[in-house]
Design a protein around this ligand. Structure first.
Ligand code: TRP
Length: 460
């Protein structure tokens, strides 16, 4: 099941630099799926669904994952594999002019996302440890306070960053690929197990109908559309060059379009299954009001609350849930740090270890802000969501209008259906995607601006 891919030597003018490569096709797929599947699927997706009115959001989300997500991922893959460089260098090589700025925006976005992603991952780790040592707290609201204030979130954030830095320092094949090969199957198993368990709960029906029965008016709501788009980019790790960077470690034999499709479906599968855990559990315990309060912490309060009510079984299930979340968070954080690290390696011609440590330390320091302020965390989250949309728009225009013969890169290694649809998909990339993504850019920019203003004026 793992066909080895050969090692190729890259020629950079005179000097030939040996670029690291993924060892196997499965390793690449699991690393990319690992990047995609994370807090975005199991924490952000359900709370976005709750905010966006349930099934309508889910419907839009599926449509956007298929229509925007897969083509955009293919765009990132093609730029990464052709140039064999991280975002800034890739845009310089293929685009020239001001295009490297798009790569730079991507690196900045990655840095900012990881700065708060690691903070949330730190909470997750703490919940997991708490579950193991003492069981979940009887008053989950108060416990959430305790987890997110004072020095504790800083300590857990630092610990999580150290773990991430360690994996990235070890490298692509031995670090990132190995970790993903072991961790992703574990995560899939746990999430599916949890969904099956949730189906056995009495009173879960209302949760399913909220989640799965679309109301068609909501489908036309522009904010819902923009939020579903923003969530799709976030969840698929698109818009900042993470997938671009991973593809720069690929050989020419990969069927990029098939890989993009596999990754998008897996990512959607996990998010959807997480919803099948969260909504029935919440309905069964009548915790809807806590979730519709729609704060960042809703699920951190509602779910552990449910686990407590369910006694010993709840404790076991809760530990499994937080373990799966931790796994997802680690492999995603790795991809975020990899973008910044790879950019430092390529731009400053330094080796991996110092690059990973330098980039990681910088992110660790920036993260002190969201670690100490939930408001700051919310603001960074919404600003980076906007950055991702901007990055996605630029990337689409770049591949559609600037890159030389992108179709050739996209079909190299592809065959059958996956090769045949590429020319049509490119028309879509050129003419249909830019206006839709521009719409997402507009709304998510507005949203980021509003979040910033309400926070600064103390109304958040
Ligand atoms: N996709 C991840 C998640 O759903 C988060 C993530 C990892 C990400 N790398 C990214 C988001 C790059 C945007 C861009 O949790």
């Amino acid at each position: 099941m793992t066909d080895p891919i050969d090692v190729e030597v890259q020629k950079h003018g005179e000097d030939s630099i040996q670029r690291e490569l993924f060892g196997t096709r499965l390793g690449f797929i699991l690393a990319a799926v690992g990047s995609a599947v994370g807090l975005g699927n199991m924490w952000r997706f359900p709370y976005r669904v709750a905010e966006g009115g349930g099934a309508a959001f889910v419907t839009l989300y599926i449509i956007l994952t298929l229509c925007l997500g897969i083509p955009l991922m293919l765009c990132e893959f093609s730029v990464g594999r052709r140039t064999r460089l991280s975002p800034i260098g890739a845009m310089r090589r293929e685009g020239g002019g001001a295009w490297p700025l798009v790569g730079f925006l991507g690196v900045l976005t990655g840095l900012l996302i990881l700065s708060y992603y690691s903070v949330i991952a730190g909470w997750v780790v703490r919940y997991g440890i708490e579950g193991i040592l003492h069981g979940f707290a009887a008053d989950p609201g108060a416990y959430f306070e305790q987890v997110t204030t004072g020095v504790a979130p800083i300590v857990y954030h630092i610990a999580f960053m150290v773990l991430t830095i360690t994996i990235v320092s070890v490298g692509v094949e031995k670090g990132i690929e190995k970790a993903s090969l072991i961790l992703m199957p574990v995560l899939f198993t746990i999430v599916i197990g949890l969904a099956v368990w949730a189906a056995t709960l009495v009173g879960s029906g209302e949760g399913y109908s909220f989640y799965l029965a679309p109301s068609f008016e909501e489908l036309l709501n522009p904010t819902t559309l923009a939020e579903a788009g923003g969530q799709a980019f976030f969840s698929l790790s698109l818009g900042m060059g993470a997938m671009l960077t991973f593809a720069s470690y690929l050989s020419r034999h990969e069927n990029l379009n098939r890989e993009a499709t596999t990754i998008a479906f897996s990512d959607f599968g996990v998010a959807f299954t997480a919803g099948l855990v969260v909504f029935p559990v919440i309905a069964a315990l009548g915790l809807q009001s806590q979730v519709s309060a729609s704060t960042v912490g809703a699920l951190f309060i509602a779910l552990p609350g449910a686990f407590v009510e369910m006694g010993t079984m709840g404790r076991v299930v809760g530990i499994a849930f937080f373990f799966a979340l931790t796994v997802g968070a680690v492999t995603s954080a790795v991809s975020l740090l990899e973008v910044v690290t790879a950019s430092m390696i390529d731009e400053f011609k330094i080796t991996r270890r110092p690059a990973a440590i330098g980039a990681g330390t910088l992110i660790l320091l920036v993260g002190l802000l969201p670690a100490t302020s939930l408001d700051a965390l919310g603001v960074i989250d919404s600003i980076t969501e906007w950055f991702l949309a901007v990055g996605a728009l630029c990337m689409t225009i770049f591949v559609g209008w600037r890159m030389k013969d992108p179709v050739a890169e996209m079909v190299d290694g592809a065959s059958g259906f996956f090769a045949a649809v590429v020319p049509t998909m490119m028309l879509f990339v050129k003419f249909v995607m830019p206006p839709i993504i521009a719409f997402v850019v507009f709304w998510s920019g507005r949203n980021a601006f509003n979040t910033l203003v309400t926070t600064l004026t103390g109304g958040g």
